[in-house]
Ligand binder design. Structure first.
Ligand code: AHN
Ligand code: ZN
Length: 337
């Protein structure tokens, strides 16, 4: 265990205090506050800026629901690819016609930003960028066919990853990073569909990428999937499939969160198993992938009261949660050798 990591904790705390105290006025371009304390080899981890991440979430929400085959979806896809470009990534756009549960052809687009693409030592970070076409968990049944804004469910993970992309440009970690924004995660069969059953109707973008990765024989040490990472008082239990297939990485991530003081967001206890993009990253490419996903044991769906409702708006986002997740991911990837 590298003891120098611990010496950085007070510096992180200071950096985060400044970020919180400045509230919305904090400049999105704020530099990291931590410099190595001694001349020996120390790991410098940038300070995650939640105000910056929040802006990227707002920008996505401003397009409206990002449902495949809509103008808002197309415009948001262009925005996301443009942001990765602006933050210095090598950008790949994977366009594909994917067949939905009802045989609708979805004009889908996975958007990939590669950092240090030559390196063989890689970590994959991912989130889905589409939003669900149906508010089928809404208390008001009349809204069950209304598309959702998907601010927590979709935009939050992407917003955190865009802030990480901005940090990657300012200070490169030792390894290569790939950021993947998967499309068509949330177009799964709604309960009211009366047609024939089809398996695997969720996560269509990651299923496509798993079969046709953006570079031949793509590999990474492991992946981290961010899903619903912005809700107030979110709790990230250790999701069951991740524990089964990426146990070491789950431990590494939860240990990092606890070291940084985010233990209340990251209980070291099992959450239920979730069908999400990480399942296909593992099953199709054999890359262990950890899903950091809000799990609320006190509500029926497990994903919070606003999940798949018209209530999944900017109002549900809390910058403290964005910081807990974003800083934890930075801690993990900047400590990779
Ligand atoms: C299902 O509900 C099948 N999977 C949960 C994963 C999910 C949905 N993430 C966002 N929306
Ligand atoms: Zn969803």
């Amino acid at each position: 265990m590298n003891k120098t990591k611990y010496s950085l904790i007070p510096l992180f705390t200071l950096a985060m205090t400044i970020t919180v105290a400045c509230g919305n006025k904090t400049n999105a371009e704020t530099k990291s506050a931590n410099t190595p304390a001694s001349s020996e080899q120390t790991v410098s981890v940038p300070a995650f800026n939640a105000d910056s991440a929040y802006q990227y979430i707002q920008a996505q929400a401003d397009f409206g629901p990002r449902v495949p085959n809509t103008d808002a979806h197309k415009a948001c896809g262009d925005y996301l690819a443009g942001q990765l470009e602006k933050f210095g990534a090598k950008v790949y756009n994977q366009y594909a016609d994917l067949i939905a549960y009802d045989n609708t052809i979805l004009k889908a687009r996975n958007i990939i930003g590669a950092y240090n693409p030559e390196s063989k030592r890689r970590v994959l970070l991912c989130a889905h960028w589409d939003s669900r076409p149906f508010a089928d968990q809404d208390a008001d049944k009349k809204k069950h066919r209304t598309p959702i804004l998907g601010v927590n469910d979709g935009a939050s993970g992407v917003g955190v990853l865009l802030e990480i992309a901005r940090q990657l440009q300012q200070q490169a970690p030792a390894i290569g990073i790939d950021i993947i924004f998967f499309d068509a995660e949330d177009y799964g069969t709604p309960y009211f569909y009366k047609g024939d059953y089809k398996p695997d109707t969720w996560c269509l973008g990651s299923q496509y990428w798993g079969r046709v990765p953006h570079v031949d024989n793509y590999n990474a040490r492991y992946g981290i999937l961010l899903d619903m990472v912005g809700g107030k008082n979110a709790t990230f239990y250790q999701e069951g499939f991740s524990v089964r297939t990426a146990e070491r990485q789950v431990e590494k991530i939860w240990d990092a969160a606890h070291r940084l003081g985010f233990g209340s967001f990251f209980p070291k206890a099992d959450g239920s198993e979730v069908t999400d993009d990480h399942v296909y990253v593992y099953n199709l490419r054999k890359i262990p992938c950890v899903d950091i996903i809000n799990y609320d044991p006190t509500c029926d769906t497990g994903f919070g009261d606003f999940w798949h409702t018209t209530g999944d708006t900017m109002d549900v986002i809390d910058k403290n949660t964005l910081t807990a997740v974003g800083q934890t991911v930075l801690e993990v990837i900047y400590n990779e050798k």
